[in-house]
Write a new protein. Structure first.
Length: 52
């Protein structure tokens, strides 16, 4: 049976200080899951910029 892993972000609201940590988590999780043979999809649901 195949394994599908879905990673997503949403409503980050320009909190740029968190983006490096989120990126490390996403890349690390993707690499670990793919090493085990899983298919990985990553999505951003928007709303990243809400400040002018």
């Amino acid at each position: 049976m195949e394994k599908l892993v879905i990673l997503h972000t949403n409503d980050l609201h320009s909190h740029f200080e968190n983006w490096p940590k989120i990126r490390r988590f996403m890349l690390g999780t993707r690499a670990a899951e793919q090493a085990e043979g899983a298919s990985v999809l990553a999505f951003d649901d928007g709303d990243a910029m809400d400040r002018s």
